[in-house]
Design a protein around this ligand. Structure first.
Ligand code: ZN
Length: 443
């Protein structure tokens, strides 16, 4: 008996997101001349399901379930009619450029806005902090593709690698982050010169600054991005920047301020038994670089020290935001939220279930990039579930951590076909399957 893809129960936001992704996968270019056995939507959704379920063996377990029961969780949870082989998925998705997933990344932000979850990420009076940061997600001395960047190791061997410029919504005090569409750092076709993070940031801003404008963004970045072309690109898009600026790489800026009197604010606060002394210094209007056309920026220096006077944190930032005695501390807190990209995003993506650096398949055209984008999209869907899906949140709380939740999802979907996401979540919450689970899927 055929089991149709159903949108039932409470987990509606996730169902809507999955249905949106399914529609987008159906638009992927199909290199086959004639109609294939598997639709592009089944092929795309099958790949995505691996990342969403955080299990590279999910499809093989579901194929076994489908043999005995004529249905599987691929069908009931992801709307997949037929599960293609791993090789077929790789071959068919290689021509698919990751930018085709953009409408689904847009849907993620739109969903958070529509459910008023975006305001929890906003700071400084309705501003959204978007951190731009590069990360590597593939490295090999054996596998490569024409888009791989290359470098020579000290043993003389040439290594191929892939990196991306990630854009992530972060907020101090918020436990979650929202990954946006990344910009891939790739060797352009036929080019001799390698691509770099700065160029990728410029491309990201050119492609996305307008799209992000309604969120009223402030872009965060490390010292590498605190340069005139990127600052200008941000300002011309109507946004602001807040970037780390070190003395070694910003000589003109620090020379200009040398010997000048600084504004200063000292704040003491209790953190448990400890007293932290925060010292904020700021300077209004200093040139970002040498030359007459240099952009004028505001500078903030922050140090934290303990009771013994020992400095525990010392950093400095440049910004296009107006800095005053009342705003300097909050601006500095926002600038420091950039660490969340390392901790809450890259670390989670690489070491906490998403296996971003695992080689799911490399391809010759786009596969490595498209898989990485799908992995980030899975992370974005999970963030929405963590913020908005009541049963998902309850299931996560029942298992005390996101990692444990996925262990349970992986295990029980090997043995049971769940008619809906809420049946799956309820099973995890109750620690037993619903009594009529098999009749619900028509067995
Ligand atoms: Zn490659």
């Amino acid at each position: 008996m055929e089991v149709r893809f159903r949108f039932k129960g409470e987990v509606r936001i996730l169902d809507t997101l999955i249905a949106g992704l399914k529609d987008v996968c159906a638009t992927f270019p199909d290199k086959r001349k004639a109609d294939g056995v598997y639709s592009m939507s089944d092929i795309g959704m099958s790949a995505f399901s691996l990342f969403f379920m955080q299990s590279d063996s999910f499809l093989s377990y579901q194929r076994s379930l489908a043999e005995g029961r004529k249905t599987s969780n691929c069908q009931t949870l992801f709307g997949i009619t037929k599960i293609p082989s791993d090789n077929h998925i790789r071959s068919m998705l290689d021509p698919v450029h990751p930018s085709l997933l953009q409408p689904v990344f847009d849907q993620v932000v739109a969903t958070l806005c529509a459910h008023e979850a975006m305001s929890a990420f906003q700071r400084l009076g309705g501003r959204t902090l978007i951190a731009l940061d590069g990360t590597e997600y593939f490295c090999s001395q054996k596998i490569g593709c024409p888009h791989c960047q290359t470098r020579k190791r000290s043993n003389g061997k040439v290594e191929s690698y892939h990196a991306m410029l990630a854009a992530t919504v972060v907020a101090p005090g918020h436990a979650r982050v929202i990954p946006l569409m990344p910009e891939f750092i790739v060797k352009p076709d036929g080019a001799e010169k390698q691509d770099c993070e700065r160029n990728a940031a410029k491309r990201w801003l050119a492609a996305h600054a307008q799209r992000m404008a309604p969120l009223n963004p402030i872009y965060l970045g490390d010292d590498l991005f605190a340069c005139q072309p990127i600052a200008e690109a941000i300002i011309s898009g109507g946004a602001d920047f807040l970037m780390t600026a070190k003395p070694d790489s910003h000589k003109a800026l620090y020379d200009f301020m040398s010997g000048a009197e600084m504004n200063e604010l000292i704040v003491r606060r209790k953190e448990g038994y400890k007293t932290i002394t925060a010292r904020y210094r700021w300077f209004i209007a200093t040139p970002l670089r040498d030359g007459k056309d240099a952009l004028t920026v505001n500078w903030i220096g922050v140090t934290f020290s303990n009771e013994k006077g020992k400095i525990t944190y010392d950093n400095a930032f440049v910004t296009s935001l107006p800095v005053t005695r009342t705003t300097v501390a909050e601006i500095a807190t926002c600038a420091r939220a950039r660490w969340k990209v390392e901790n809450e995003s890259f670390n989670v993506l690489k070491n906490n279930g998403y296996a971003l650096e695992h080689n799911f398949g490399h391809g010759k055209q786009n596969l490595a990039m498209t898989f990485a984008a799908m992995n980030m999209l899975a992370f974005a869907f999970h963030t929405i579930c963590d913020c908005l899906e009541k049963l998902w949140i309850k299931a996560r709380e029942a298992k005390h951590a996101r990692k444990r939740l996925f262990e349970h999802i992986r295990t029980i979907t090997v043995y049971h076909v769940f008619p809906t996401w809420d049946a799956l979540m309820q099973t995890i919450i109750d620690a037993k399957p619903p009594p009529n689970i098999d009749t619900q899927i028509g067995l």
